[in-house]
Design a protein around this ligand. Structure first.
Ligand code: ARG
Length: 258
């Protein structure tokens, strides 16, 4: 979340060796997300969580989000989910409370991987759900990412309307190399890096889905917005939880929680 990553930015910036300062880190970052506003109904399973994260309706009563957005596994009535509209203030938007959270076993912090969680809602929503990947393949991109988070690294504002952008995959090797220089070790087999110049997710987008269409044209969730060093900085890409890696575990948790 905003706080977590803000502190990561500070920690990482302090840890930067001389000469490893991210190129143009302090220049203005253009609109993250590429400035596109989703049309109503375009991503009907995208939801907003009250702590300032995104998520996706993965079953009528379950939201898939990031582990770092929620607390520990157990009863939880503190989260309000806004669903049913890309415009949070639209009269079509519905709100529903959480009753329970299931966070990935072994989750510690977003940079250490396993960054996924399920939020169980007090009632089922009559909305389309977002499918998980059909198999372990399909993690090649390009992907679509979305959220109601900041459109600039320096902005403190969250958006009323859902923004989205298309981003290519970045090789783990390249992504890990940049982050290693900044003192963070990428958990390669649990992460997908994605982004392009000036286009990225940002604070407040965490937990939101990264998707692609399968051969039949159905959206599939391939990632979960997890972390990054600042937003859309040259050489540093967005890091997403690799959903295919956790697909069976998530599926099992979904059928248990219903
Ligand atoms: N952890 C952030 C959040 O809580 C998401 C950061 C994504 N950053 C990025 N550069 N892609 O909203």
């Amino acid at each position: 979340m905003v706080r977590n990553v803000a502190s990561l930015v500070v920690a990482v910036t302090v840890a930067l060796p001389v000469g490893a300062t991210p190129a143009r880190a302090d220049t203005r970052v253009p609109e993250v997300i590429g400035g596109e506003i989703a049309t109503p109904g375009e991503f009907p399973w995208a939801v907003r969580l009250s702590m300032g994260c995104g998520g996706a309706l993965t079953a009528p009563r379950l939201v898939l989000t990031a582990g770092h957005c929620v607390g520990a596994t157990g009863p939880n009535h503190r989260i309000t989910v806004t669903a049913g509209s890309s415009d949070l203030k639209s009269k079509d938007a519905v709100t529903v409370k959480s009753v329970e959270v299931f966070r990935s076993p072994g989750f510690v912090t977003e940079t250490e991987g396993k960054d996924w969680a399920l939020v169980r809602l007090e009632r089922a929503l009559d909305l389309p759900t977002l499918d998980l990947p059909e198999d372990a393949g399909g993690d090649e991109g390009p992907f679509t990412v979305m959220g109601w988070g900041q459109t600039r690294e320096s902005s403190l504002k969250q958006e009323r309307r859902l923004h989205y952008a298309e981003v290519p995959i970045i090789a783990d090797r390249e992504c890990a190399k940049a982050y290693r220089q900044a003192g963070v070790e990428l958990v390669r087999d649990e992460s997908i890096c994605a982004g392009r110049h000036g286009v990225d997710t940002c604070q407040g987008d965490s937990g939101g889905p990264m998707v692609r269409r399968d051969a039949a044209g159905t959206w599939r969730q391939v990632g979960i917005v997890s972390w990054g060093l600042g937003c859309a900085r040259d050489g540093y890409f967005g890091v997403y939880t690799q959903v295919s890696k956790f697909r069976d575990e998530i599926r099992a948790a979904i059928s248990k929680l219903g």
